[in-house]
Design a protein around this ligand. Sequence first.
Ligand SMILES: Cc1cc2nc3c(=O)[nH]c(=O)nc-3n(C[C@H](O)[C@H](O)[C@H](O)COP(=O)(O)O)c2cc1C
Length: 262
Amino acid sequence: MLVESLSPSNLVIETMLQHKSIRKYSDQVPSDETIEAIVRAGQQAPFASQYYSILLSRNMKRNPFKAPLLFTICVDSHKFEKIMARRRWKLVASDVVLLFFGIQDASYMAENMVTAARSMGLGSCFLGSAMFRADKIAKEYQLPRRVFPFVQLAMGYPAEDPPPRPRYPLEFTLFEDKYPDLTPKIVSKAMKQMDEGYLAQDYYRKVNAKIPLQGERKETFTYDNYSWTEHICRKWGQWYSDPKELLKQLKKRGFEISERTK
Ligand SMILES: Cc1cc2nc3c(=O)[nH]c(=O)nc-3n(C[C@H](O)[C@H](O)[C@H](O)COP(=O)(O)O)c2cc1C
């Protein structure tokens, strides 16, 4: 049985366990060498087919959180199709499969960048809205067809030092040999760990981020008891029920998830 408190540790693990998203940055501009080291570390992540590209903006004034660096992580079929054309092959794999693999390739790469950055004293924060603004990002960076920006990563030297955010207990995450019966006790423990952890940090009050209720439900929560599980339920219980906008963005960029690409 794994015991969390007795886990072995080293600098890499410590760096990972100290991860926290950073939303305030100093004006200090990371050097080209630092950026290169971070992206190279990112690239060295395992890949299925390096099916991604990374865009960079150093426009601190315009970047979210006024971050010195903004990376936009894209699934990139365009450059892969160039290689296929050179070898006189044509892509027949479904875009659904390509997107699953491409998002994995790009995500492992991006998380490597987060850890590499952290090891050099930089902080970062992912921004998930890119996929809904893919057309605008494409225009800005003059992206060719079949390049789809799906997440952004703000980065720079931190001007805040929040505590690490809680995670589920290991027993709610790692299931050895068999998926367990998630008893009310196990679920309650996981919810408690998350909710009490966020409340102890007064997280949602500080960021003033209570999601308003839509429909019949009456608001009964204050920032004294509004926490992570309520927040995440309001998000996935109210938003994004209609995939049309995302499908539209994918289609505009040349990805068709309902048919084979010929
Ligand atoms: C795919 C993805 C999208 C995210 N989008 C946002 C975002 O739009 N705004 C934001 O402030 N944080 C965003 N985050 C950061 C998460 O809020 C953060 O990782 C999570 O709350 C856990 O906190 P921690 O990273 O400090 O441990 C995103 C993270 C991921 C992985």
